[in-house]
Structures are given as structure tokens and as C-alpha cells.
Ligand binder design. Sequence first.
Ligand code: MG
Length: 160
Amino acid sequence: MILSKELSEAFNAQVNAEMWSSNLYLSMAVYFQKEGLNGFAHWMKLQANEELEHAHKLIDYTLDRGGDITIGQVNVVPTGWGSALEVFEHVYKHECHVSEEIDKMVNIAEADKDHASRDFLFAFVREQVEEESTAKNIVEQLKHYGECHVGILDHRLGKR
Ligand code: MG
């Protein structure tokens, strides 16, 4: 069974979205590095790498299933934030958006009765639960402990 046209297009869009996410986190890493928060920067760089890995997984899967992939232009990502809290609120919001997009892909796979794609995408569904939870947790810590906690958190995130 070859991927439906609709699902193949959704996979292409998601490859681009993962590349955009990777650039977003790299931009956040640059922000933290300029702020002297090297632990946060390290965490963001690994996050950026992880998003690229997601893109690669989607590419391989699409091609394995007889779909086509075109690597298109990646839109410009934001730069400059006001605080670590602002960055992680942005991360949380972004990951919630990504989860919605993944869910839409599952919906298409279900409509197609494409069980292989459902199975493949469920790994992404599970991954998103973790992504949202991690970002939310850091937001809560930054909110509850305030600026004095940033240094401690920087040290901890540097160990990722
Ligand atoms: Mg991702």
C-alpha cells in the first residue's frame, strides 16, 4: 500500500515544520548563549538536533512507503526573547501546536485505513506528550522560583 497523496503532502509539510522547529530551538540556543546561560543553550542545541532527527525519520518513512519528498524553503524563525521564562512559554505553546499537527496526520492515516502510518505516527504522539510535559515543567519552575532559580536550572539543563 502506497501512501495516499494527502498523507504524503502532510508528511512533506511536517518535514518542513520539524526543520523550522530545529531552527527555532537553535535561535533560542543563540539567545541563551548571548545571555551567558550556557546550560540552557546546550539544552536547546540538543533539542534542535532532535527536531532534525524527527525530520529524517519522516523523510525515511515517506520514501519507504513510496511517497515523495521535496525539501523546500524553511521560513525565518523568531530571534530575541525577554527572559528564560518567555522562551519556555514559547516552547510550550509551540509544542502544543506541533501535537495538534501530528494529531491531524493521525486523522488522515485513520481515514485512509493506513495502519502502518498510524503505528509510525503514534511514536510521534507519545513523543509530544513528553515534549509538552518537559516544557511545562521548566515553565513552572521558572515561575515558582523566579530569577534566582535560573542559575540552578542552567546548571541542571547543562547536564542533559
Ligand atoms: Mg519534533
